[in-house]
Design a protein around this ligand. Structure first.
Ligand code: ASP
Ligand code: MG
Length: 404
């Protein structure tokens, strides 16, 4: 007997037939003698619709009321899934975040979970009841409903698995696992049977949108065994595990891309101490996340500073830089939203030289110009013109011998 948290994403609960299918899967796990808790997302498209309504009424909506609105998507699916389970003769009960309670901080719209009171759920699970928990939502210190940021029900599931001390957290989605890259771009992409937390974290943060980044951070910290799998097939998924569980380590586990960033160049800033601070401190104060950064070598006492920000932050970035123009003392700002970040990720990089070299050589051979480079211990990322995204991903997938 195991204790399992089963999380179903929006596409898995998109309509009543799919909710029936989810109920069948949950019943099958319970029938094996397992204790099961379910976490659900909103029906696919529902959250977008709710967000859109808030924005249409007021672009500067109150974040507390936004949470009140967008948290309803999960309330609907939690109730419907409980009904579908009851229809199969199961003892099931829905739970909203505040009822459990899933306690979060007060950052409405992107709250973090502080703690989950799991005793009541554990008690009921022992008696054979299946809790169906609304993902994405919690309750803040102001006693109001909070939500965890887009994709947050992954984090709800992992946090619940940690609180329940579950043996496994199965995340059901519309892909049947984590692939070496996006199979829509590379048909020969392979499904990984295992991937380390660290690799998954890097892949999630650089654009492989299988799991919310925060959920992977939490799984790593709490040692929750996460499995990514599909609710539409019976194929085994990908297990996200500790490094020592991966026996045959590939140097590169996967290649991810993201078209969510824009490039900003601040031209001809005086090359003196304090200039980077003059640029990046005001951006940080405006809560704008900066990702890749390069500073050029200067010849005449001035230099160019290039960096990337989220595309949606670009207008605010320009506004902040224009405000700080006196302080920074630059000649002009130029921006380019038509860029893509391509990243190769693998823990094997720590012990193998030449991974970056292979990347640069491969891109050069295709005539793809690299605009910015950044690296971490287990990742190399480059920024290229967006039109080369597919070509770059395919070429790299082949170069690292990842093709099936
Ligand atoms: N329904 C929320 C969203 O679409 C949370 C989630 O699905 O993870 O972002
Ligand atoms: Mg999701």
């Amino acid at each position: 007997m195991a204790r399992i948290v089963m999380k179903f994403g929006g596409t898995s609960v998109a309509d009543l037939d799919r909710i029936r299918n989810v109920a069948q899967r949950v019943k099958a796990e319970a029938d094996k003698g397992n204790e099961v808790a379910v976490v659900v997302s909103a029906m696919s498209g529902a959250t977008n619709q709710l967000v859109d309504w808030c924005q249409k009424l007021s672009p500067l909506f109150d974040a507390r009321e936004y949470d009140t609105v967008v948290a309803t998507g999960e309330q609907v699916t939690a109730g419907l899934t409980a009904i579908a389970l009851q229809n199969l003769g199961m003892d099931a009960r829905s739970w909203m975040g505040w009822q459990i309670a899933v306690e979060t901080d007060g950052q409405h719209g992107k709250a973090r979970i502080n703690s989950i009171e799991a005793e009541e759920l554990v008690e009921r699970m022992k008696q054979g009841q299946i809790p169906v928990v609304a993902g994405f939502q919690g309750i803040g210190p102001d006693n109001r409903v909070t939500t965890l940021g887009r994709g947050g029900s992954d984090t709800s599931a992992v946090a619940l698995a940690a609180a329940l001390k579950a043996d496994r957290c199965d995340i059901y989605t519309d892909v049947d696992g984590v692939y070496t890259t996006d199979p829509r771009i590379v048909p020969g992409a392979r499904k990984l049977t295992k991937i380390t937390y660290e690799e998954m974290l890097e892949l999630a943060s650089v654009g492989a949108k299988v799991l919310q980044t925060r959920s992977v951070e939490l799984a790593m910290k709490e040692h929750v065994r996460v499995q990514v799998l599909s609710s539409f097939t019976d194929a085994p998924g990908t297990m996200v595990v500790d490094e020592d569980e991966v026996v045959e380590q590939e140097i590169v586990a996967g290649i991810a891309y993201s078209r969510d960033e824009a490039k900003v160049t601040v031209r001809r800033v005086p090359d003196r101490p304090g200039v980077a601070a003059a640029i990046f401190v005001p951006l940080a104060e405006a809560h704008i996340n900066v990702d890749m950064i390069v500073q050029n070598v200067s010849a005449d006492g001035t230099t160019d500073m290039t960096f990337t920000v989220g595309k949606t932050d670009l207008p605010r970035t320009i506004a902040v830089l224009e405000q700080a123009r006196q302080e920074i003392g630059y000649a002009e700002i130029s921006t380019d939203p038509n860029v893509a970040k391509i990243s190769v990720v693998g823990v094997g990089m720590r012990s193998h030289a030449g991974v970056a070299g292979t990347m640069f050589r491969t891109l050069a051979a295709r005539g793809i110009n690299i605009l910015v480079i950044s690296t971490s211990e287990i990742k190399v990322s480059v920024l290229v013109a967006a039109e080369y995204t597919e070509l770059a991903v395919r070429a790299l997938h082949t170069a690292y011998e990842l093709d099936a």
